[in-house]
Design a protein around this ligand. Structure first.
Ligand SMILES: Nc1ncnc2c1ncn2[C@@H]1O[C@H](COP(=O)(O)OP(=O)(O)OP(=O)(O)O)[C@@H](O)[C@H]1O
Length: 268
């Protein structure tokens, strides 16, 4: 585990040797008189999964939405592949907590919807949608509607839709919060496979320390509101090991414990 202290966090925000997909510079966010984020400087390495973790209300979702271009920062700048963010863009895809599926559309149409909006023809977009439906394990469910699927399956549709638009950066806001523990674990494992296969940059918000340590190349811990970077941790986990072996690994358990020790004083 590489543990980067708060003082060194800014300097270390640029991971040695890694390409940077998303640069966050001096981001502050006020919601009227509420100061949600203060002076966030952070680089997100390309092709890696970075998790934002921290106490409730510390500004994780706010930071994710600013990177997505869904809400403006009060001050500061976000650059994606070197370009300043001024709103949503095709190089970023946001996977919402509630999946934001269209209830009246089939899995196929939901997955291909981003491509439909771009004006892509039906055959081409169905071929692409089919590929990602298969990749997230939903082959055979192409003609089902969201209400016919379990929460975990709906989640997979949301993810397949994000992959289908071929964005470089995937922004996931607590994507597993609505699924049960078994599905959550299975989905975490699948996500790791997809991270490996798709070589995209993932920015992930979760409340779960275990999930963060299991899935992440980097964990950015934010302090209580106003959110600032408290710590950056890079778990050193042998991901070629089986999921069960990883969850029993001493390095994994020690990292979970260290993060818990750092965060527990925020819990009432
Ligand atoms: N639209 C808004 N208007 C006013 N205040 C807001 C708004 N959105 C968020 N906030 C406040 O800003 C702070 C940060 O919210 P945010 O949702 O980003 O935190 P979070 O870390 O994602 O929280 P949680 O872990 O509970 O999901 C909170 O105190 C929240 O109440």
């Amino acid at each position: 585990m590489r543990n980067i202290t708060a003082q060194a966090a800014t300097a270390a925000a640029r991971p040695a040797g890694a390409d940077v997909a998303v640069e966050v510079r001096g981001i502050c966010k006020m919601y009227n008189e509420i100061e949600a984020l203060r002076g966030i400087d952070l680089d997100f390495p390309a092709g890696k999964l970075t998790t934002l973790l921290g106490p409730s209300g510390c500004g994780k979702t706010t930071l994710l939405k600013i990177v997505a271009g869904l809400i403006p920062a009060t001050s500061g700048e976000v650059r994606v592949n070197g370009n300043t963010v001024t709103g949503p863009g095709p190089e970023r895809a946001f996977v919402f907590q509630d999946f934001a599926l269209m209830p009246w559309a089939t899995v196929m149409r939901n997955v291909g919807f981003g491509l439909e909006l771009k004006g892509m023809g039906k055959n081409e977009r169905q071929a692409i949608a089919q590929k990602y439906i298969a990749e997230v394990g939903l082959s055979g469910f192409e003609n089902k509607y969201p209400h016919e699927l379990s929460g975990g399956m709906r989640q997979r549709v949301g993810l397949a839709r994000a992959f289908a638009v071929n964005a470089d950066v995937l922004l996931l806001d607590e994507p597993f919060s609505a699924v049960d523990e078994q599905n959550r674990r299975k989905f975490q494992e699948d996500l790791l496979e997809l991270v490996e296969k798709e070589k995209k940059t993932f920015i992930f918000v979760t409340h779960s320390i275990e999930e963060a340590v299991y899935c992440s190349d980097r964990i950015v811990i934010l302090s209580r509101r106003p959110g600032r970077i408290a710590q950056i941790i890079e778990p050193e986990i042998d991901r070629s090991a089986s999921p069960d072996a990883i969850r029993r690994d001493q390095g994994y358990l020690d990292t979970v414990e260290e993060i818990w020790q750092g965060l527990k004083h925020y819990v009432d």
